[in-house]
Design a protein around this ligand. Structure first.
Ligand code: BGC
Length: 381
């Protein structure tokens, strides 16, 4: 099965996993430094921890136990100046009250399920309708709003955090106890590797993704309309007004959504009603790790590549940001101040038998890998 292949792909090589039980041991051995600190308390008194990962070139990724969330990502521009390139908040409070999934882990099902309903093995299941009449990003309390247990992970050329969460049978209406693991690894080649694994005791849909809003010029610095984007997809899944796929898989040729060659995000956005918020069908996607998208910001020279084993990617151009959120360092997030590239299976797959299946069965293992790779190039070269 494809998942087995992925698993092999990820765990082979020279990387040896070593888990440090004692906090003090975290600073030793791996080239990637791991520091653990407090990040506030939930209303029920639970402490939230933040793990700050720093690699040899100074790239820094901070992840917290609430929502297995990426809180910040600091990367250099072409002259070596660092900036935090993800939208978010300085403290936990913002994530508890205001966040449109900034940096979140999304599950049990990323994206929409029509009317919050699906039938599996003859049984109809009803989920929360938390987006008009539809179900979005796992429901009212999805994986972005739960506490994950965490332990640091050290490898020869990478360091990170392994998050685990047990989603109980019936949670948000989904069947089966689902044990999920999300591992963030920062490597010494400036990659953030996110691995997803899950097992269930009843058949259930599973579709996990990462929901960072990026601005490669630095969070809060303006809109992302000048970012140049390539997506290696020549088809997409058209949707109705509720952003539910019609079931068709349609060519992107001669549409403003064709990013097979790089285009500035803003170049044709006015021709797309509401802005970009579409699922792209990746060429050769699903099973093996492929380059899905590449983004280049011309002033800073920063480049982000997205590699994934998923068959699709949702490109969302921050259309619903409207200036009502004040984020890190007092920055106000207006429309298009960040973009998301969310590798995933297609929206509403449980109701579309012609889409790649999202059903996980007992005895099988869900496995998915996404790699965000950062670099910078001299804009004048
Ligand atoms: C969806 C948008 C949604 C946003 C929520 C994205 O993944 O595609 O439609 O509004 O998440 O922040």
């Amino acid at each position: 099965m494809a998942w087995v292949l992925l698993c092999t792909l990820f765990v082979t090589g020279s990387c040896k996993e070593e888990t440090a039980p004692e906090e003090e041991q975290m600073e030793t051995k791996a080239l990637v430094d791991i520091q653990k600190q407090g990040f506030g308390q939930l209303p029920d008194g639970k402490n939230v921890d933040l793990y700050v990962l720093t690699n040899a070139s100074g790239v820094k990724a901070s992840v917290m136990t609430y929502g297995a969330t990426l809180v910040s990502l600091e990367a250099p521009d072409w002259e070596g100046r660092f900036a935090d390139i993800t939208l978010g908040f300085d403290s936990l409070e913002g994530y508890l009250s205001d966040s449109p999934y900034f940096g979140s882990t999304i599950g049990r099902y990323a994206n929409r399920i029509a009317e919050g309903k699906f039938t599996l093995d003859g049984i109809e299941y009803t989920l929360a309708q938390n987006n008009g009449e539809n179900h979005l990003h796992g429901g009212t309390k999805g994986f972005d709003k739960v506490m994950w247990s965490a332990e640091p992970v050290k490898m020869e050329e990478a360091g990170g955090v392994k998050f685990v969460y047990l989603s109980k049978d019936g949670e948000e209406g989904y069947p089966g106890n689902l044990t999920c693991t999300v591992t963030y690894l920062l490597t010494d080649s400036d990659e953030l590797r996110i691995t997803y694994e899950a097992e269930t005791d009843k058949p259930t849909p599973v579709n996990l993704t990462h929901h960072s809003y990026f601005n490669l010029e630095g969070q809060g610095s303006g809109d992302i309309l000048d970012h140049e984007l390539m997506i290696d997809a020549n088809e997409y899944t058209p949707m109705d007004e509720g952003l539910i796929p019609t079931g068709e898989i349609r060519s992107l040729e001669d549409t403003p959504m064709d990013f097979t060659t790089p285009h500035a995000i803003g170049e044709r956005i006015d021709q797309v009603e509401g802005g970009y918020d579409h699922n792209f069908v990746l060429r050769g996607g699903g099973g093996t790790l492929i380059l899905a998208a590449r983004v280049h910001e011309p002033d800073s020279g920063r480049v982000m590549e997205v590699h994934t084993t998923e068959p699709g990617i949702q490109f969302y151009s921050g259309n619903f940001l409207d200036g009502s959120i004040t984020g890190k360092s007092g920055k106000v997030y207006h429309k298009h101040y960040g973009f998301c590239l969310e590798p995933q299976h297609f929206p509403d797959s449980p109701n579309n038998p012609n889409f790649p299946s999202t059903i996980l069965r007992p005895g099988d293992r869900y496995m998915s890998l996404t790699v965000f790779k950062f670099s910078a190039q001299n804009p004048r070269s």
